[in-house]
Design a protein around this ligand. Sequence first.
Ligand code: SF4
Ligand code: SF4
Length: 349
Amino acid sequence: MSQAGNGTEVGLADGIDHQVAMVMDLNKCIGCQTCTIACKTNWTDGGGREYMYWNNVETKPGSGYPRDWEEMGGGWDEEGEERTPGELQNKEEYGRAWNFNHEQVMYEGSDEPLRPMEQPDWGPNFDEDEGAGEYPNSYYFYLPRICNHCTHPSCVEACPRSALYKREEDGIVLVDQDRCRGYRYCVEGCPYRKVYYNAMKKTSEKCIFCYPRIEGEGPEGEVMPPSCAEDCPPQLRLVGYLDDEEGPIHKLVNEHEVAVRLHPEYRTEPNVYYIPPFAPPQHSESGESIESERIPRSYLEELFGPDVHEALNTIERERAKVERGEESEVMEMLTTTDTADQYRLEVFD
Ligand code: SF4
Ligand code: SF4
């Protein structure tokens, strides 16, 4: 751990100069999968990666991708010292890449709709928009996920070859492709199931937080945010450094405490944070609004831990301020459309 200038604990891993981080506002996600495609076309369109989505967006409540990943173990014990065992999932649990009838529809004049050539029985976000609850009070929301570039990454610890490592300059977690022997202990060890095995290359691969973009290898040497963030139509991702005290990430996470971690009980200390989702109140049988939250707090607590309550309460108070015409730093940060505020990647040398 390191201390920020004002004494605030910012929770960097030992030996890490700065930590990249992302805040995603779940209230804005429309489930369009633009982020998924942006990532896929940038990084995982090669052989052996057909099933891989370094960025995926799943519907919650739902089984996610891979199917039931939250029940597969991994991470750390309650003291955060011993790794907990995880399972290795199979390809069916990720969902196979289906072949579509492109040829017939595009080139052979078929009137059939475009569809998979086999009956799909599972795939990424297979349970899209299903959610839970009874009509008229059913609910769902989208949960975009990438590797969390954790402060205490169990994937790194799991590798006997030290092929996974956390970069000193920005805390990005990478797989050294020359050292990796494809043992897949990292795949079992990550409780978020965000390391993938490439059966053609026989190595593990994972989200790289678009490090060439943030290093300034974009067109004309520009520093650019990760593709998933830049391409998101509602611009729900803020990108920066956890230890940049003037930046929105530090303020939302450490000062206002409105951005929370997904499954903090896995104890890997993720550096992707979420603004928890709100929903309209429930309706009575006659269609009137009643004072009861549509998304059960107990479910949100299951996902984001007990801090989610205070986060939701604070956001509610901040929204009320704006409604009264007062200023709210939280709401300003969450609604800014200025890219200089959304992406603060050039604050450290
Ligand atoms: S999310 Fe998983 S793969 Fe990514 S750093 Fe954390 S433990 Fe490792
Ligand atoms: S691009 Fe943005 S809105 Fe669309 S699914 Fe991804 S995170 Fe959600």
